[in-house]
Design a protein around this ligand. Structure first.
Ligand SMILES: [Zn+2]
Length: 333
């Protein structure tokens, strides 16, 4: 987990507990003012509850004495609830209200994190992913393989697979190997292909699936990434450095579209190198092919990309054109 998340979430629990304590105090005050007789029963319960352990410890106490006191407390509790309900209040009006009853708003059940802690972490991940608004529209169910033609693409006469077969192989790898084994794999992915061949769509689907499984996925276009690297370098932005370096998956979209300078080349190489050394996973998509990478970046960068990433080639007719073509055909019918 990124440092800072733990304390941010624990602080949130603290706030919830303090709000609920305050609410309870107000409810108690209200009952005290309006129905003091109910609070008198409550005071009596408290007094007897303090007596109970003392009684148990005393050597002269019999089991019957303890039982008697227990019964008395039990009866008073019932009397209090009855009184509350008869005045139109809920039986829980004078107890603290937990938003999560499982962990009493502490985030932990014993030493294990409660489900509600995980939900809060996912929310924080979404906030930091850069994808919050986009991802509601993308998931694997909407990934339409039939958009990829199952015949050889005339622009790529040398391809072994049709665009459909190729995409199916990529899709199957992602869905049945990459995602289920995400925490065990150190595979980095390099999606290469022309615009409109499904790279970004598939990246979004992967991001959503992993975020929903509790991983921290951060999405940046190459252009944004270079600006962030400058911010980290010149403004010593530690939080951003931590996020970019230690997230579970960093997605860099459209590598090669950024303005390439000596600074961007060096910083990109440094990031790549650091993440590879730390075993932190990346998914890079680019319109460039392997030879272009060599021209665009320096040798050491392209050799890291080619040597340490699983290269996946995307090709088809432009999907956006294909979608339009289908729409037109449907309208003509
Ligand atoms: Zn909980």
């Amino acid at each position: 987990m990124i440092s800072g998340y733990q304390s941010e979430i624990l602080k949130e629990y603290e706030e919830i507990r303090s709000i609920e304590n305050k609410n309870l105090k107000e409810r108690i005050k209200e009952i005290k003012d309006k129905h003091p007789e109910i609070m008198e029963i409550d005071d009596e319960i408290k007094k007897l509850s303090v007596k109970l352990p003392l009684l148990i410890l005393k050597s002269t106490t019999t089991e019957e004495d303890v039982e008697k006191l227990r019964d008395k407390i039990f009866d008073l509790r019932a009397k209090k609830l009855e009184a509350l309900v008869s005045k139109g209040y809920s039986p829980e009006y004078l107890t603290i209200h937990y938003r999560c009853k499982k962990c009493s708003d502490t985030g932990y059940i014993g030493t294990k994190r409660c489900e509600c802690f995980k939900d809060k972490l996912i929310k924080l991940h979404y906030k930091d992913s850069n994808l919050q608004s986009i991802l509601s529209k993308y998931n694997f169910n909407d990934f339409d393989l039939s958009l990829f033609p199952n015949k050889t693409d005339p622009s790529y006469p040398t391809q072994k697979f049709t665009p459909f077969e190729n995409m199916q192989r990529i899709y199957d790898f992602i869905v049945s190997q990459y995602i289920p084994n995400f925490n065990r794999t150190d595979v980095n992915l390099l999606f290469s292909g022309a615009a409109g061949t499904g790279k970004t769509f598939l990246s979004y689907c992967i991001a959503k699936e992993l975020l929903d499984r509790g991983y921290l996925v951060v999405y940046k276009t190459a252009d944004e990434l270079i600006r962030i690297l400058a911010d980290i370098r010149f403004n010593k932005n530690q939080n951003l450095d931590d996020l970019i370096t230690n997230c579970d998956l960093l997605i860099i979209d459209d590598l090669g579209s950024e303005q390439i300078t000596e600074f961007s080349k060096t910083e990109f190489f440094n990031l790549l190198n650091k993440k590879l050394l730390l075993g932190k996973k990346m998914l890079i998509s680019t319109n460039l092919v392997a030879d272009d990478l060599d021209d665009r970046y320096d040798r050491r960068t392209s050799s890291r990309l080619i040597g340490n990433f699983k290269f996946m080639r995307f090709y088809t007719y432009d999907l956006r054109i294909e979608k339009k073509r289908r729409l037109n055909m449907r309208n003509r019918k």
